[in-house]
Design a protein around this ligand. Sequence first.
Ligand code: NDP
Length: 327
Amino acid sequence: MFKGILIEKDEAGYRTALRDIDEAGLPDGDVTVQVQYSTLNYKDALAITGKSPVVRRFPMVPGIDLVGTVEESRHPGYRAGDIVVLNGWGVGEVHWGGLAEKARLNGDWLVPLPTSFTPSQAMAIGTAGYTAMLCVMALERNGVTPDQGDILVTGAGGGVGSVAVALLSKLGYRVIATTGRMEEEPYLRQLGAAEVLSRDEFSAPGKPLAKERWAGAVDVVGSHVLANVCASMKYGGTVAACGLAGGMDLPASVAPFILRGVTLAGVDSVMCPRPRRLEAWQRLGRDLDIDKLGLIAHEIGLSEAIELAPAILAGKLRGRVIVDIGR
Ligand code: NDP
């Protein structure tokens, strides 16, 4: 038996609880991992609360990322004792995930723990931080450079936003952070934001085109915020869009794309091919100021994860939440 969070759905309804789970229930996979840390991401909160149909197989152990020690491996790339990181691939959605003491995974999904990070630091970054790096790489691929002007980061107080602010400022960009929590301005400035704007400026339905302000943007919010960000991009600018914290819709016009050559670059971390993952983790080792992880992340025990999930969905948590599985 091992301890873990289990989500069940049947005639009795949708329910999530910390349980003792039989190892015989572990899914197929060629690597068994003793999980050290997982994290609480926006998607995990959706799964735990059942607020969105993230979980597509029941019963399910949530947790879209993890770091842990290989206990047994039939995969040529990994041996017992190796420390590995996992993000995405449907884990915590269709395959049992990281919010448990044990996970059985496909070795092809794993990456070795980058030498620059401890296991806890890797989860302070977690899927949100790795996605923030993918967003930065998308801006770079589209030719956005620090000399072109300001970069806007929306939902900056959350996990993706916080790491994006830290990364972009270290890379020499002038970062403008938007937040619904202006009381977090000192935190966002510590991460490297040059200015902090209220989310209110972006939340209401806007015009198809607005004053040109941003050379690049990282958006985690979607809906009107993303539409307004697109409308206020400078000529030739790029928006890396990865999230839906404000809604899944995009009430925008084509004007920014056809009149200003704006690029909307979609970013997905879940099925992202392995070479780009490895590049993202390598870049995090180089481009993230590790000292800032102490500001961004705080740790909780596995038993606290369920009660904290609604706070993430309400946009009340700052930065990242690391889950210490042994606690
Ligand atoms: P968090 O909950 O940590 O952060 C989201 C932030 O968005 C909040 O902190 C808040 O920031 C802002 N926000 C919350 N609700 C609203 C709202 N109703 N309107 C406007 N802003 C809001 O989540 P993550 O940073 O982990 O993830 C952000 C988004 O990115 C989520 O939608 C998540 O599903 C998605 N995501 C996508 C990935 C991908 O592969 N494409 C991978 C990882 C995440 P503030 O208070 O500062 O405004």
